[in-house]
Design a protein around this ligand. Structure first.
Ligand SMILES: Cc1cc2nc3c(=O)[nH]c(=O)nc-3n(C[C@H](O)[C@H](O)[C@H](O)COP(=O)(O)OP(=O)(O)OC[C@H]3O[C@@H](n4cnc5c(N)ncnc54)[C@H](O)[C@@H]3O)c2cc1C
Length: 401
């Protein structure tokens, strides 16, 4: 049986970042497996491309800020546009937003507080201020190409000796007392079989077994399945999120970053006369549903909210869209650390809508934990260990989008 050093299950942006950092730290014999390296179902290819550090918890602010600084150093390669986030708040959330802005500013991430009048003066396209109790503008946040970031991680990882193996689905594990001794993989034939396998019906293809020194769960929305195979606790659930792309002949938002309305609809310039917008209906049940509801979703959830805020949005035209999965935890912060009760298993997943903006720092944090046994650059990253749920030390973030 083939022996490997670190086996990373999942080659999305999290697994790819971890692989790069392990290679940078001199780890040898790192193998990443995924049934679909192209990422047809991977959230890292299906998101909105927003990056911000305006979170509530220090650990999330710090790790997003560190990541965004790295993106800024590679702005051209990553298509990073530092154009800010303008976030409009209704009265129920405004007080909290002002308190969190204090923490964000104190940690060095600048956030301006604006009145509704200042918003309409500075962003004349917003011509209805009804319901706006206040707004924040964070100029160092922005937009990015997540695909470019992921490919950067992968190519640096490969240069450092990491092997990415496509068409491999982890389907089983053996444990000896408190350690994983063997991981069984199913070979997937083609792209169609790859995403069918993620939907729970792996083809009856050839199998192989690996004997890894350590195993990492980086399976994104499928992390709960890998956690079950590992025999550790399960804290992750997948929820569908939809995005629409639509055209406006009258509006050029190319100079702006992300704008978030009081209703929770978020949108930004995509390319040409196209805009991208998303909305997360509250209370969506856990599912692996990738169905995009098409023009019906756009017309019921996105368009009316935009048109109510900006009269120019009365004239829009739905073009296309897609659905992807958020991996959520009970407190909406990621899971990063060792797996309880399994001494050679680690996990980095369930970023709860923050996986792109946190990916650089998250990969570094886990790579340092794996190679040195403790957190180094981000001491606060220990707060993302899943044992927090049992200990009552949660890191709650409210997800409005
Ligand atoms: C609509 C939408 C909008 C979003 N917007 C943003 C945003 O603006 N900014 C932001 O930062 N984040 C955003 N996110 C969240 C972000 O996309 C995710 O947090 C991030 O991509 C997670 O990366 P990942 O590597 O953990 O998971 P993924 O990219 O999903 O990768 C997981 C990988 O694991 C593989 N895998 C699964 N099971 C197995 C198995 N058994 N064996 C081997 N491999 C397996 C899968 O094939 C997949 O490639 C958004 C997400 C969605 C859905």
């Amino acid at each position: 049986m083939e022996e490997v050093g670190t086996l990373i299950i999942g080659a999305g942006i999290a697994g790819s970042s971890l692989a790069m950092h392990l290679a940078d730290l001199g780890e040898e014999d790192v193998v990443v497996v995924d049934p679909d390296l192209a990422g047809v179902r991977s959230s890292s290819e299906l998101n909105a491309g927003g990056v911000r550090a305006t979170w509530w918890r220090e650990v999330n602010i710090e790790m997003c800020a560190h990541s965004i600084e790295y993106y800024g150093q590679h702005a051209e390669e990553f298509g990073f546009r530092e154009k800010g986030y303008l976030w409009l708040y209704g009265p129920e959330l405004w007080k909290g937003a002002t308190q969190h802005a204090q923490t964000q500013n104190a940690l060095g991430w600048p956030v301006e507080l604006l009145t509704a009048d200042e918003v309409v003066a500075r962003w004349p396209v917003i011509d209805n201020k009804e319901g706006i109790a206040g707004a924040t503008f964070s100029p160092r946040d922005g937009l990015i190409s997540p695909h470019a970031v992921k490919e950067h991680y992968r190519s640096r990882a490969r240069a450092g000796g990491v092997e990415f193996r496509d068409r491999r689905l982890a389907v089983g594990m053996d444990r000896d007392d408190d350690a994983i001794t063997q991981v069984r993989l199913c070979h997937i034939e083609d792209g169609l079989a790859a995403y069918r396998s993620l939907e729970g019906s792996p083809e009856d293809g050839p199998r192989e077994a690996l004997r890894p020194l350590r195993v990492v769960n980086a399976a994104g929305p499928w992390a709960a399945k890998i956690a079950r195979l590992m025999g550790g606790p399960v804290h992750s659930r997948a929820v569908r999120r939809q995005i629409s792309v639509f055209a406006s002949q009258d509006l050029d938002l190319s100079g702006q970053g992300m704008i978030v309305d009081t209703t929770g609809v978020y949108f930004h310039h995509e390319s040409g006369n196209l805009l991208l917008g998303g909305y997360s209906p509250p209370g969506d049940p856990p599912s692996y549903d990738f169905t995009y509801d098409g023009a019906a979703f756009f017309e019921s959830e996105i368009w009316p909210r935009l048109a109510a805020r900006m009269s120019v949005m009365d004239r829009l035209h739905h073009v296309h869209g897609w659905a992807g999965l958020y991996a959520l935890t009970p407190d909406n912060s990621a899971i990063l650390g060792g797996v309880e009760g399994v001494r050679n298993a680690f996990e980095i997943h369930s970023f709860s809508g923050r996986g792109i903006m946190q990916s650089y720092a998250a990969g570094l944090a886990l790579a340092e934990l794996i190679t040195t046994g403790r957190h180094q650059t981000f001491r606060r990253a220990e707060r993302l260990d899943a044992r927090r749920f049992a200990r009552g030390h949660e890191e709650p973030e409210d997800l409005h989008i």
